[in-house]
Design a protein around this ligand. Structure first.
Ligand SMILES: *Cc1c(COP(=O)(O)O)cnc(C)c1O
Length: 415
C-alpha cells in the first residue's frame, strides 16, 4: 500500500452501496426467466401464465406463417456476417424496406437492429452542435439518449402541453440552427397519443422538423388508406408533415429490429451518417424474413386489429366497473396508476400468484410518484382471459386495501 494515498472506495464497495440504495427505495430490478415466450401464454418455472405485459399486440410472434418465414430466412445464414454497407445487406432486407415504405406511404425505409439504435442514429445524424432538439418530457429513453448524444441543445416540454411546446420552439428559434421535434406517437408507459396534428402545425409555423416514434403505433393504427402506418397517419399527417417516421419490428410485428421511413433523400442520408446503422452488424436474415411475413399478415388479417380494439374496450369497461385507476388511453397500453413502488410490486406479485404476468413499472422509467401496473392487451387474448385478469385485479386490490386498513405495511416479500 502506498501510504498517504486517498482512500477511495473499491469498485465492489461502490457497487454494493448503490445496489443497497436501489433495494431500499423499492426500485431494485430482477430478471424473470421464462421457459416459453408470452404470446400471450407464457410458461414460468413450469407454470402456465397469461401475459398482459408483452408488446405483441397482434399475436404475430407466434403466428405460424411468421415463424415459418423466419425458419426459411435462416437458410440464408444464421447471421448477416457484416454490417449492411459491407456485405450484410440481402435481398430480404431490401424487400422488407420496400414493404415498410409501402405500408407507411413513404418513398423509402432503412432497417436498424433495434428501435433504440434507430432513434440514436437518426437523431445524431440529423442534428448536432448548434442545433436544437425539442422533446416531450415523457419521451422514450432512446429518444432522450439520442438527444443527449447529439450534442444539440436539448429543450423539453411538459407532456403534450402545446403552449409549452410553442415556448420551446420560440426559444429554439432564438438560439438559431435547425430544430428537430421528437415525440412518441403513442406514449409507451401511458398509452395516450401525442396531439400530432397540433404538433405538426407548430412545427410548420416554426420551421421545425418532426420525428415521430411509432414503436406502439405501427401495425396497430393508421388511416383508412394505410391502416398499419401508425399514429401519424391516424392523425391525418402527410409525409411532409411527419418527415421522419421511426417504427419498431419487435412490438406489433412480433420480431425484432426497427426502421426509419421517409423521403428517398432522408434514407440516403441516414445510410451515410447514422452511426448506429453504419457501425453495427446487419439484421439477421431470419429476422428480416419474419418481419416481412408479419407485415404481410398485418395487411391480410385486419380482423386482428378489430379483435385488439374489442379487447381493449372489454378491459376498460371491466376496469371502470371495478373502479380501477385507468388512464386516458385508447391504445393497447392500459396502465393502472398506483403511485407507490411497493404497492405496484405487491399487486404484481399477487397477480403472478394468480397466474397473470403484468408489467410493474417504477421510476426512473416513469416519473417519481407515478409507479404503475402496465397492462397491455393483445388480439390473442380471449375474452375469458381478460375477465380473469379483471377478477384477479379486483381481488388483489381488495387484499391490499384491507391490509392497508389494518395498518399492515404491504411489501412484495410479505405476499
Ligand atoms: C420499445 C421502444 C423503443 C425501442 O425499440 P426496441 O426495438 O425495443 O429497441 C423506442 N421507442 C419507444 C417509444 C419504445 O416503446
Amino acid at each position: 500500500m502506498t501510504s498517504g494515498a486517498p482512500s477511495k472506495p473499491t469498485l465492489a464497495e461502490t457497487l454494493q452501496a448503490r445496489l443497497a440504495e436501489r433495494r431500499q427505495r423499492g426500485l431494485y430490478r430482477q430478471i424473470k426467466t421464462l421457459d416459453e415466450a408470452p404470446s400471450p401464454h407464457a410458461l414460468v418455472d413450469g407454470r402456465p401464465m397469461v401475459a398482459f405485459s408483452s408488446n405483441d399486440y397482434l399475436g404475430l410472434a407466434r403466428h405460424p406463417q411468421v415463424i415459418a418465414a423466419q425458419q426459411q430466412g435462416a437458410r440464408l445464414g444464421a447471421g448477416a456476417t457484416a454490417s449492411h454497407l459491407v456485405n450484410g445487406h440481402l435481398r430480404v432486407h431490401e424487400a422488407l424496406q420496400e414493404e415498410i415504405a409501402a405500408a407507411t406511404g413513404r418513398e423509402a425505409a432503412l432497417v436498424f437492429s433495434s428501435g433504440y439504435a434507430a432513434n440514436l442514429g437518426a437523431i445524431g445524424a440529423l442534428i448536432g452542435r448548434g442545433d436544437c432538439i425539442v422533446s416531450d418530457k415523457l419521451n422514450h429513453a432512446s429518444l432522450i439518449d439520442g438527444a443527449r448524444l447529439s450534442r444539440a441543445e436539448s429543450l423539453r416540454f411538459a407532456h403534450s402541453d402545446m403552449g409549452a411546446l410553442e415556448r420551446q420552439l420560440q426559444r429554439a428559434q432564438s438560439l438559431g440552427g435547425n430544430t428537430l421535434v421528437a415525440v412518441d406517437g403513442v406514449y409507451s408507459m401511458d398509452g395516450d397519443c401525442a396531439p400530432l396534428a397540433e404538433i405538426a402545425r407548430l412545427c410548420r409555423r416554426y420551421g421545425a422538423w418532426l420525428m415521430v416514434d411509432e414503436a406502439h403505433g405501427f401495425g396497430v393504427m393508421g388511416s383508412e388508406a394505410r391502416p398499419i402506418a401508425g399514429s401519424a397517419a391516424a392523425a391525418g399527417l402527410s409525409a411532409d408533415e411527419a418527415p421522419v417516421l421511426m417504427g419498431t419490428l419487435g412490438k406489433a410485428a412480433g420480431n425484432a429490429g426497427a426502421f426509419v421511413a421517409g423521403s428517398r433523400a432522408l434514407i440516403d442520408y441516414l445510410l451515410q451518417f447514422a452511426r448506429t446503422y453504419v457501425y453495427t452488424t446487419g439484421m439477421p436474415p431470419a429476422v428480416a424474413a419474419g418481419a416481412l411475413a408479419a407485415l404481410q399478415v398485418m395487411a391480410r388479417e385486419p380482423e386482428r386489429r378489430r379483435q385488439l380494439r374489442d379487447n381493449v374496450a372489454r378491459f376498460r369497461r371491466g376496469a371502470g366497473q371495478l373502479g380501477l385507476p385507468l388512464c386516458d388511453s385508447a391504445s393497447p397500453i392500459q396502465p393502472l396508476l398506483l403511485g407507490c413502488e411497493h404497492t405496484v410490486m405487491s399487486i404484481a406479485a399477487e397477480l403472478a400468484a394468480r397466474g397473470y404476468l403484468v408489467g410493474a413499472i417504477r421510476p426512473p422509467t416513469v416519473p417519481a410518484g407515478t409507479a404503475r401496473l402496465r397492462i397491455t392487451l393483445s388480439a390473442a387474448h380471449s375474452g375469458a382471459e381478460i375477465d380473469g385478469l379483471l377478477e384477479a385485479l379486483g381481488a388483489s386490490l381488495a387484499t391490499l386495501r384491507s391490509a392497508a386498513a389494518a395498518g399492515i405495511e404491504v411489501r412484495p416479500h410479505a405476499l
